[in-house]
Unconditional design. Structure first.
Length: 346
């Protein structure tokens, strides 16, 4: 249906002129955009069942609302098809949850990006990628959903580099950082169901995350040795980046996943092992000058965990079928921001 849009109109000659205009205004992420015509924006609103003035969520520190029309404009800018809009809405809803800490994660020098995992039937409905090159390029839905979120942050909430966005370095995930879980080729319970979403319900899980750390182990079929490779990368992150415990994500592709499944390991078992193994001691931190920034009640052998509890670990079955690779995706700043899961209203 036709929507009565409220945003200011601009009359420009062609798509090239639109791109130059938007770039000059600072309304892009540096890449070309799709002109947000009234028809395209209305189609996105219709797909999500929103009126232009509806509020999707509110950034709580500055009380900045995310209006549906503005979100739809940015989804079009990013290249989203209307069918992607319910996913974009669910991600924004999750990020406005107080646990996500939208203001802190967006304004920090730490340079985090929203890492998005999609579960449920919507993955196949919109053709998302959960396998080959899952953290890379090549899939329209993955790429544009994540990009739409970044453009909303820039254009609606003012998360502009050098202004509100104080990232020292940032990372490539700040362009887009969105994947689907490979539910069809995994016997494990999908992430969203583990986080209290009913079976068959589409959902998103969003976490403020650092850049992915790729691991590889093709020399063993022993499940503990495979998981120790992931744990070693988590310990490394504790030493070189954040000393605080919080959510971590393990992305486990098929080759390593099949070895774990063959040995009878479920996600629960993996969490318990990683919780026990991903730890450092104070003397490790002392070598790099970080011994005094954590609890100082213990001696040099005092242990510190990457996870406050096993359930802090999010495990995602995703990635191509060949190669003993995986990824650890670390949190922004320990438990100062938490992963949030929300249903997608289709």
């Amino acid at each position: 249906m036709s929507q009565s849009l409220r945003s200011k109109r601009y009359d420009l000659t062609d798509a090239f002129a639109v791109n130059e205009f938007y770039h000059a205004k600072g309304w892009t992420d540096g890449l070309p955009i799709v002109p947000p015509t009234e028809e395209r924006v209305s189609e996105c609103l219709d797909a999500a069942g929103f009126a232009p003035g509806d509020i999707i969520g509110i950034e709580q520190v500055r009380q900045r609302p995310i209006i549906a029309e503005k979100a739809a404009i940015n989804a079009v800018l990013a290249g989203c098809l209307p069918a992607y809009m319910p996913v974009v809405v669910a991600v924004l809803d999750a990020m406005c949850d107080a646990q996500y800490n939208l203001h802190g994660t967006s304004a920090s020098t730490g340079g985090a990006a929203p890492f998005i995992v999609v579960n449920g039937p919507v993955r196949t409905l919109i053709g998302m990628n959960a396998t080959h090159n899952v953290l890379g390029n090549g899939n329209r839905a993955n790429a544009t959903i994540g990009r739409a979120i970044r453009l909303v942050l820039i254009n609606v909430l003012g998360v502009i580099p050098g202004e509100m966005d104080r990232s020292t370095l940032g990372h490539p995930g700040k362009f887009t950082f969105c994947i689907a879980e490979d539910e069809e080729d995994s016997p494990w319970v999908p992430l969203a169901q583990e986080r209290e979403i009913p079976e068959g319900q589409s959902a998103v899980t969003v976490m403020a995350a650092g850049a992915p750390r790729q691991i590889m182990n093709e020399w063993t079929a022993d499940p503990e040795q495979i998981l120790e490779t992931f744990a070693a990368e988590m310990r490394h992150n504790m030493l070189t980046y954040s000393v605080w415990a919080g959510n971590y994500v393990l992305v486990i592709p098929k080759q390593l996943r099949d070895l774990l499944v063959a040995a009878g390991w479920q996600k629960r078992d993996i969490r318990e092992y990683i919780f026990r193994s991903a730890r450092v001691i104070r003397s490790d931190w002392a070598k790099i000058g970080k011994a005094n920034i954590v609890d100082r009640s213990g001696g040099p052998m005092q242990e510190f965990t990457a996870l406050k509890e096993p359930s802090d670990l999010l495990i995602v079955a995703a990635g191509g079928p060949a190669g003993g690779f995986g990824a650890v995706i670390p949190p922004w700043l320990g438990s100062k921001a938490r992963a949030v899961t929300k249903p997608i209203d289709l």
